[in-house]
Design a protein around this ligand. Sequence first.
Ligand code: PLP
Length: 390
Amino acid sequence: EFTQSDLLKSLPKQFFASLVQKVGAYTEKGADIINLGQGNPDQPTPTHIVEKLKRAGENPVNHKYSPFRGQRSLKEAAAAFYKREYGVDLDPEEEIAILFGGKAGLVEIPQCLLNPGDTILVPDPGYPDYWSGVELARAKMVTMPLREENDFLPDYDELTAEQLEKAKLMFLNYPNNPTGAVADKEFFDQTIELARKNEICVVHDFAYGAIGFDGNRPQSFLQSEGAKDVGIEIYTLSKTYNMAGWRVGFAAGNKSVIAAINLLQDHMYVSLFGAVQEAAAEALLGPQECVAELNDLYESRRNVLIDGLTKIGWQVSAPKGSFFAWLKVPEPFTSVGFADYLLEKAHIAVAPGVGFGEHGEGFVRVGLLTSEERMREAVSRIESLEIFKK
Ligand code: PLP
């Protein structure tokens, strides 16, 4: 048996592996678990995209290595997508880098820009893969608490002058996983000012960019003036087009950051399967009704959940975007204690907030990733719990 490297041993523990195990144990015993704990979209990829993959998969050109750094046509499609959706101009070659899903880019970026010991600002609660990127770069993490009273936006005044001076990179993510918060243009404008003043590279994770409720369209970071001077946005097709299994996304924005990502990737990959790239271009440029329909679907599920829980006396706030609801756990439970309680007594799996950072304590994350009917069933199971009996 070989020992693992110190680097590997230093990586953060996968908190949610234990949740998967717990749920698995119940399912094996035949329990009918409503699993709202994971972040895996439940709908299939729209047919026109799958059909494109089939045709492109038959083309022998795609059986060879695809071009280094991805197909020009996909980069052009990504640029056209940003122009159409957000009015943002991007140079396909210099301002876009193709990624193996958003996760790969997010994990790679710290290694592209930081030296060991450099500081990264990371939201807490936040998507745990940011921590992996920090560790792989042997960088130092300073967390930015996301508090409910501040609409789950970081309060930059909480950062000390020394922290700002040392920080080289900042992760942001709106619509937010796990809180469901969205950011407005004013917040991004403020962020750009702060980043410019302190020479911080902003990495905005726009994984849930297509999912905004109550008629509010989430703002892209790149829509703010000067965004390209100070950072990039990571876009993924996983959620917008239900393509999580396809592993395709892109980074867009600052040329020097894009060049760094491309350079690192030159040493790791050639590029994605050509047929996947052609289908991804089809997703970005083809019919977009599927995106609006998906948004409506999540919004209806959200309404069923939030209205249902409010009716039974659980004080919860509605997410404004993403496909997660971030629910305050009733007293006197901890987030892990309450998740265990729901699993044991109601056979409902949710993600404990503390798995997203210490400021996630006191909340659970509920994915809007099952049918309205199952959502209703979940609400009715919760209603019959001892703690909600009046
Ligand atoms: N960022 C956030 C906040 C996410 O929740 C996810 C996926 O769950 C991702 C990025 C990564 O998505 P992918 O790697 O599938 O593009």
